[in-house]
Write a protein that binds this ligand. Sequence first.
Ligand code: NIG
Ligand code: FE
Length: 416
Amino acid sequence: MQKLLIKNIRTLAQVRENAPEMIAGKAMNELPCIHNAWLAIEDGIIVDFGTMVDWPGITDWSNLEVIDANEGTVFPTWCDSHTHLVYAGSREGEFVDRIHGLSYEEIALRGGGILNSAIKLRAASEDELFEQAANRLDEVISLGTGAIEIKSGYGLDLESELKMLRVIRRLRERGPIEVKATFLGAHAIPEEFKNKKDDYLNFLIGELMPAIEKEKLADYCDIFCERNYFTEEDSIKLLEAAKKHGMIPKVHANQLSNSGGVQAGIKTGAISVDHLEYLGEEEIALLKNSKTMPTILPGAQFFLGLPAPPARKMIDAGLPIAVASDYNPGSCPSGNMNQMISIACINYKMSPEEAINAATINAAYAMGLSNSHGSITIGKKANLIITKPIPSIAFLPYSFGSNLIEQIIINGKKIN
Ligand code: NIG
Ligand code: FE
């Protein structure tokens, strides 16, 4: 048995004896902590914790490793429930075009954007894609991400979508963190299907979904519900079909307009609806009566200069919120969840406690990992961030741009 004991933890954060599935409304502002704490791990699982005044009476020191946190704070690792981390190359040319005044939508309408990445992805081999993605994954793990969802959606044909999903499967098998896979064939309409959207949807449903189900390549199915892409009706049609092939719905909703994406997500029982820059009263009311996690993606909103999602209004209305990165080459070339938490606090006026709940328990819910991730709870995975000594929880989002991480632990093992 592998045993690990962490001592001298200044603050053990997000400690939940019975972790709730999700945290909504006012409760989001509470982050339960134990000060001056220790934490015990066996075979990668959290087995006990307490305060240093009640140091555990250890009788058997064999195989026991002790880590001194040296007054650092310990958080559960971040859960990143929305990424497009498998992609080929980069798109800094479009970044410069936007600096000179073009919008994200204008660039896409000229054949840039997602279709630009599709050309690069189709030309890349599975091994090349795997290597690039594994490097990105290692970087975000070192920044505190301890579970991640990754989407397809730059292949847009049978072979290339399957290639992406197989890369995601290889990343899961490689580890060390949990990886969930999402089929996002409906990310854009590829050149071959220009002006033939219905044919493309029928192709995704009739040909890709059975192939994905056969190899068990995806947990979720997502769609970009947006003007010039897919409508609410398209989304419902695709997601209902996906359910029959064993995939749970998710939606890219209300990023550039009030697109009906939230309605489509709720009607199909989506586990999350993501982006939400254009969210009205009607959508907030619909979300209130659902099990769908409203997920905001601060990096993409910041990087594209979009209006802020109405996070305060949502929380004040009693909704939960999850925060994820949207790591992708077009709208957010960063998967740094610490930055996402900072932006949520700075630009949306979420409190540090709200943002941390959003990036842990609520994001775990949005990727079906409530039982194993998102909090310091006995029986959950020992996926931990040990920080340098910090004076308070708020110091983390306050120090935007600094890396305060001293040590990452995944499944009870130190990551270098
Ligand atoms: O979530 N909005 C749609 N999809 C991605 C961006 C994709 C891209 O530009 O490559 C997003 O922001
Ligand atoms: Fe996205």
